[in-house]
Design a protein around this ligand. Structure first.
Ligand code: PAF
Length: 282
């Protein structure tokens, strides 16, 4: 596996693959890789001839109150994991390479509607940062396929919408969330949990499951979501939001919707955890 920092070298390698007619899959990440990321690489390998991953801790998607400096950086261990998973090329640009004019002078991509609520509301500017960097990385790598984890369900919908709206010739593959035995979704942010918080955190996925059951036969979606939020708070977390939504538009679900997703975020100690569960009603 080659690790490449410079755009010209990346383009050179990608051009060689293109001339050979090879299909390219891309897995963008911010590093600190866990089994959830490796599942993306494995999926990408099955879908294409060559797999490109990127590690870039994107300053544009962090809010002023979010500590990008403390975001875990584990490059050597990440390279080892990607190599073992069969990744062919790792792109590791610096912020100066991605944003040479600085963040203030950078053109951006913003997706309306699906990016507005939930994490978009709690983290203003976050999705603009995500779509801008993913668009830029797509332009650099020019993949046929890109893989994203469903743990970030809203992010997947935002990126899918960007790809459709801007006619990007890229297939987005959404990959199932990888969980611990407790049900806790794997996330780089789990590193912030101490032992006690690690025992509390599964309450988030447990209450998603409870809510998914409760809405079968009871259409008081708002009332039931409030009950789930208070269960999560009683377990020792602080619910940021929990909503039952239409699975694609992410608008609040109405009684006739069949394909739903429950989106939730909660603070557990220093960590802000997100999770979701898709539900199909009969
Ligand atoms: O999901 C992530 O790790 C990031 O939001 C992404 C897609 C790599 C963009 O920086």
């Amino acid at each position: 596996m080659q690790t490449i920092e410079q755009i010209s070298n990346l383009r050179g390698e990608i051009n060689l693959w293109r001339q050979q007619g090879l299909k390219i899959a891309f897995v963008p990440t911010m590093g600190n890789l866990h089994k959830g990321h490796i599942a993306l690489v494995e999926k990408a390998k099955l879908a294409a001839d060559k797999v490109v991953a990127s590690i870039f801790v994107n300053p544009m998607q962090f809010g002023a109150n979010e500590d990008i400096g403390n975001y875990p950086r584990t490059m050597a261990a990440d390279q080892e994991k990607l190599l073992t998973a069969g990744c062919d090329l790792l792109f590791t640009p610096t912020p100066a390479i991605i944003y040479p004019k600085g963040l203030d002078q950078q053109s951006y991509v913003e997706v309306p509607n699906v990016s507005q609520h939930y994490c978009g509301e709690s983290r203003p500017g976050h999705f603009r940062g995500v779509t801008t960097v993913v668009c830029k990385l797509f332009n650099l790598v020019q993949p046929d396929i890109a893989c994203f984890g469903l743990k970030d369900y809203q992010q997947v919908q935002v990126i899918q919408t960007m790809v459709e709206d801007l006619s990007m010739p890229i297939e987005i593959i959404a990959v199932e969330t990888v969980r611990e035995a407790s049900g806790l979704a794997l996330s780089s942010r789990n590193n912030y949990l101490n032992k006690e918080e690690k025992n509390i955190a599964p309450a988030l996925s447990q209450n998603l499951k409870w809510l998914a059951q409760a809405i079968r036969g009871n259409d008081d979606f708002v009332g039931l979501a409030q009950k789930a939020a208070s269960n999560i708070n009683m377990a020792g977390m602080k619910t940021d939001y929990i909503h039952i939504c239409h699975a694609r538009t992410l608008q609040p679900a109405n009684k006739d919707d069949k394909k739903l997703v429950i989106l939730a975020a909660a603070h557990c100690g220093k960590a802000r955890l997100i999770d979701n569960l898709q539900v199909t009603l009969a």
